[in-house]
Design a protein around this ligand. Structure first.
Ligand SMILES: *[C@@H]1O[C@H](CO)[C@@H](O)[C@H](O)[C@H]1NC(C)=O
Ligand SMILES: *[C@@H]1O[C@H](CO)[C@@H](O)[C@H](O)[C@H]1NC(C)=O
Length: 325
């Protein structure tokens, strides 16, 4: 009898553990001086066109200067329709053959964008791609832990209602996402659990879609409603995204949260959303470029660079400057 009870308890515990630890965790060491530096780029994979190659060149130069530890990709990795299969040459043509600088031979941590969902998602998430180019790491939602910062990568495309409307001009690969309600509920619960763990590190959330933006797409209402309250409740410091093909900083007045868009990896110049204004917008650039972050335990240096490598925006944050008094 005792044996049976014990087995029950163990399987119940295992079940509980697997439910509450849904996000896979990766570890990344910090530099010997305890700092980290990395690039953030989004909306890039166009086989070099629309200045993707020029941006890549500047990324290589700046990555060397900063001796970066990794790259964050905010999604829309392969245009227009993701990868067709694991042998789609777009993987090399848009990624391996473009970001060729030695300084960019670091781990890339990527989320999926809506254009990636228009291809074969299983292929883009496949470990086989890591064998082709060991820099590649793409998952729907996952955690990257370091000594000074935790990064929470969130799969935002399934939140957006319009992609599920029928008839749809595009086909989306929703395998692994349906039933949608259950998927989103599980994702948010897992995120809350992970963000709720006591921590004095930076909390940085990465997703493809905007939460707040004055760019072409503007705010993503579904994320303002479902994700933003969780980010605020858990005192997240930064939300990094792409989707709008611009570079942007929006400050939040209600919490410590700062919104950064880095979606300038290739095609840009789409214009601002004509009907959105935002008094908290600190910086907006409608062209190509990327973002850099240099982190220590207490300070963050943020820079936006354009296609010719000029620094467009410069922001120093201290971790506690926006904390509740
Ligand atoms: C590429 O960048 C150059 C500046 O270096 C700019 O003049 C040109 O318009 C850009 N091309 C595209 C397609 O955005
Ligand atoms: C998608 O990619 C997977 C993994 O490479 C492959 O098994 C599958 O046949 C591809 N096509 C479709 C339609 O799923």
């Amino acid at each position: 009898m005792a044996m049976v009870n014990c087995t029950c308890l163990v399987s119940w515990l295992l079940c509980f553990v697997s439910v509450s630890a849904e996000f896979q965790r990766f570890e990344q060491p910090v530099k010997p001086d305890g700092s980290l530096s990395f690039l953030v780029v989004g909306d890039w994979g166009r086989k070099g066109s629309f200045n993707q190659t020029k941006v890549a060149h500047q990324m290589g130069r700046v990555a060397e200067e900063l001796n970066i530890d990794f790259v964050v990709s905010t999604g829309d990795n392969f245009y227009n329709d993701g990868l067709a299969s694991i042998s789609d040459p777009a993987f090399e043509e848009s990624f391996s053959d473009i970001y060729t600088a030695k300084s960019l031979e670091k781990q890339w941590y990527s989320v999926l964008g809506n254009h990636d969902y228009r291809g074969n998602v299983t292929a883009q998430l496949s470990q086989i791609l890591q064998k082709k180019d060991n820099r590649w790491l793409c998952q729907r939602s996952f955690i990257l832990s370091t000594e000074i910062a935790d990064f929470f990568f969130v799969d935002t495309t399934p939140f957006v209602d319009k992609y599920f409307k029928k008839p749809s001009p595009h086909k989306y690969d929703w395998r692994g996402v349906l039933p949608r309600k259950q998927y989103l509920k599980g994702l948010l619960e897992d995120l809350e659990l992970a963000l709720g763990e006591p921590s004095t590190k930076w909390k940085i959330v990465v997703g493809h879609h905007t939460v707040r933006s004055i760019g072409y797409h503007g705010d993503t209402e579904e994320l303002v409603k479902n994700l933003l309250p969780i980010l605020q409740a858990h005192e997240v410091n930064m939300y990094l995204n792409g989707h709008d093909h611009c570079l942007q900083h929006i400050e939040s007045t209600k919490s410590s949260l700062q919104f950064f868009t880095s979606g300038g990896g290739s095609k840009a110049w789409k214009g601002k959303s004509p009907y959105r204004t935002c008094e908290d917008n600190k910086f907006y650039y409608d062209g190509q470029g990327f973002m850099t972050l240099e982190l220590t335990r207490a300070e963050a240096k943020i820079r936006f660079y354009d296609v010719s490598g000029q620094v467009l925006y410069n922001l120093d944050l201290s971790k506690n400057q926006y904390s509740a008094m």
